[in-house]
Write a protein that binds this ligand. Structure first.
Ligand code: ADP
Ligand code: MG
Length: 408
């Protein structure tokens, strides 16, 4: 049996016109000879009646601190509602379908409520549906732990559900349908002339996704990559081919060419960060202070990023909403840090920039020309990151996109 898993994101299931599009997509895929498994997200975004954030608010309005287990249960409702509606819509319109919760679809996770990881998938019920000639509509973003408690998979979790099912069913393809035309050289909400990448490798998209390109979750890419299952990121609304994500060089010829010409694949951004700076130049007995700082952050479960340790200063970032807690922890160990709230990290990402002289000079040039102060910078084989003030973020992304001539 040839199988394609098709995931429809939050904005792809919200209106009657979109449901009709989904039906057309599923029908066309079946006519090509594939068995189709669909995965759905909750309908709509913040403040929409059946969006996940709306459910969180509902419970938090009556109890600001609900148990993690019950929070996950209510958070899993959005996908159930949209999945039941979609399965019934398809059935009523000539495509027999059945709805499955994450648990019914065999998605077994660890017990890390709110950000659970999939341990394994037992796709028996999905296969039973397919055998019976039905299109299974699986609720994304949710699973069940080994004790039978409902869990959710964290941001972008429906992408992960689709990939895990794709691997479990040895699918020919995982289609991620969304509200943009594919993976682009930057977020099109910021950069008007961002270009759709026709093809990209698993590694490249992982880099982009880890640095903030939320078009697909990096965990979903890592899962598909393990079994070499190609992913297509494409628009629900228009019929364009989107972006093919795979490891095969023959399929990504255009992309390789593009990277060689342009050095880099894309520009990403992450906002809502706070920069912490601890001046240790005048400190007596500062030996081992780094260890003390990072151990205390770990003990307080504060994730740190963009770490820069120098003999006179220690800098790193935390999420904005963790900054207060971080300050308290640091004061408790006798430190007096400077905290800059509302920062953003912009990055240029590209496998081919390694060792090429002048890339950093171009980054700095783009920032200087646009009067954007760089608060901190860092680099790896495939990335250069700059921390900027949040109000400079969009300007910085656009400036870098222009400087590296990535637009169409
Ligand atoms: P879905 O609900 O379909 O999962 P998401 O909101 O999670 O959709 O992801 C799609 C969004 O990702 C787009 O609307 C776009 O604003 C954003 N995005 C960020 N970076 C990129 C990029 N490089 N290419 C395409 N989209 C991007
Ligand atoms: Mg998403």
């Amino acid at each position: 049996m040839k199988v394609i898993v098709q995931k429809f994101g939050g904005t792809s299931v919200a209106t009657p016109a979109l449901k009709k599009r989904i039906k057309e997509i599923v029908k066309a895929t079946k006519e090509e000879g594939y068995a189709v498994v669909t995965v759905v997200s909750a309908m709509g975004r913040e403040n929409d009646p059946y969006a996940t954030d709306t459910f969180i608010k509902l419970v938090k309005n009556v109890n600001p601190d609900p148990s993690a287990q019950e929070l996950d249960l209510i958070m899993s409702c959005g996908e159930m509602i949209s999945g039941i509606i979609l399965a019934n819509y398809l059935t009523a319109n000539g495509i027999k379908a059945c709805f499955l919760t994450g648990e019914q679809a065999g998605i077994v996770t660890n017990s890390n409520f709110g950000d659970a990881h999939i341990l394994y998938v037992n796709p028996q019920k999905v296969l039973d549906c397919l055998e019976a000639g039905l299109v299974p509509v699986v609720a994304g973003f949710q699973g069940v732990d080994e004790a039978g408690r409902v869990t959710t998979l964290g941001r972008g979790g429906s992408d992960t559900t689709a990939s895990a099912l794709g691997v479990a069913l040895d699918a020919d393809m995982i289609d991620i349908f969304t509200d943009v035309d594919g993976v682009m050289t930057a977020d099109p909400r910021i950069v008007e002339n961002a270009r759709v990448l026709q093809s990209i490798t698993y590694n490249e998209i992982c880099q982009l996704a880890r640095d903030g390109a939320k078009v697909i979750h990096p965990r979903a890419v890592e899962i598909a990559m393990q079994r070499n299952i190609p992913i297509r990121v494409r628009s629900t609304v228009n019929g364009t081919k989107g972006t093919l994500v795979s490891s095969q060089v023959s399929e990504i010829k255009d992309s390789i060419q593009m990277i060689r010409d342009n050095l880099i694949t894309g520009i990403t951004h992450t906002s809502n960060l706070a920069q912490i700076k601890i001046d240790i130049s005048q400190m007596e007995g500062s030996k081992g202070i780094e260890l003390k700082i990072f151990k205390s952050m770990a003990l307080a479960s504060i994730s740190v990023d963009f770490i820069n340790v120098q003999p006179s200063i220690i800098m790193y970032t935390v999420a904005n909403d963790q900054a207060g807690k971080a300050l308290e922890v640091l004061k408790n160990i006798g430190l007096d840090p400077a905290i800059e709230l509302n920062c953003a990290k912009v990055a240029i990402v590209g496998a081919a920039m390694t060792g090429i002289p002048g890339v950093m000079a171009k980054v700095v040039e783009a920032m200087v020309e646009n009067d954007i102060p760089i608060l901190q910078s860092g680099d790896s084989y495939t990335n250069i990151w700059c921390l900027v003030k949040k109000e400079d973020m969009s300007k910085a992304v656009k400036a870098l996109h222009d400087k590296f001539a990535l637009g169409c």
